[in-house]
Design a protein around this ligand. Structure first.
Ligand SMILES: [Zn+2]
Length: 173
C-alpha cells in the first residue's frame, strides 16, 4: 500500500494516510503536492492523478498538542539520568524519583504527585537530604528546572510507520 505523508500548511508533519485518502484530498482541492511519488497514476472516469508522496494542507489546522505520558522512566530520560539537585549522572538502578512537593503533602491537598513538573530525577543522597520536605524547606535548588516535555509528533510518526526517504526532509528523526 502506498502511504502518503500529510503536512500541515506550516509544513509540520501531521499524519500518514493511504494513497486513496490522499487522492481524495487532492481531488477535493484540500491539499497540494509537495513531493511527487514514484509515478504511480490513478485514473478514474474524470481524473488522472499521480499519487504523491508528500502533500500539504492548503489551510492550516490547529492540532491540539498531545502531552507526553508521565512515567518514572520518562522522567529519567527527560533529566538525562542526572540528579537534578547535585548534577550526578546515575544509572537507571541508582536513580530515584523525587517529588518536589512531597507525596504526603500532595495527598493531603488532593494534588496529583506524579506529574512532570512535580517529579525530578534524584540520587539517593539528595533524596535522603531532602527527606519529606518541599524544595524550599530543604534549602535545595534545582540543577535544571523540571518541565513538562511535549511529545514530538514526528516521534509518534516514526513509531507508527517506516519512513520513506522522500519524507526525511520534512521529519526530524
Ligand atoms: Zn544528587
Amino acid at each position: 500500500m502506498t502511504r502518503v505523508l500529510v503536512l500541515n500548511a506550516s509544513y509540520e508533519p501531521l499524519h500518514i494516510v493511504d494513497y486513496r485518502r490522499a487522492v481524495s484530498l487532492l481531488v477535493g482541492n484540500k491539499v497540494e503536492i509537495v513531493e511527487p511519488g514514484n509515478g504511480r497514476v490513478i485514473a478514474s472516469a474524470t481524473h488522472r492523478i499521480v499519487v504523491p508522496s508528500v502533500i500539504k494542507l492548503r489551510r492550516y489546522v490547529n492540532v491540539p498538542q498531545r502531552h507526553a505520558t508521565w512515567s518514572r522512566h520518562s522522567v529519567l530520560v527527560r533529566d538525562h539520568f542526572t540528579c537534578q539537585y547535585c548534577g550526578t549522572r546515575l544509572t537507571e538502578r541508582e536513580a530515584t524519583i523525587d517529588h518536589v512537593v512531597p507525596q504526603w503533602k500532595c495527598k493531603a491537598t488532593g494534588q496529583p504527585a506524579n506529574t512532570w513538573t512535580n517529579t525530578v530525577t534524584a540520587c539517593k543522597r539528595c533524596q535522603t537530604r531532602k527527606g519529606g520536605r518541599a524544595l524550599h524547606e530543604a534549602g535545595m535548588h534545582f540543577h535544571d528546572p523540571a518541565f513538562e516535555p511535549r511529545r514530538p509528533r514526528t516521534r509518534y510518526l516514526v513509531l507508527s510507520s517506516d519512513i520513506v526517504p522522500e519524507w526525511r526532509r520534512y521529519i526530524e528523526i
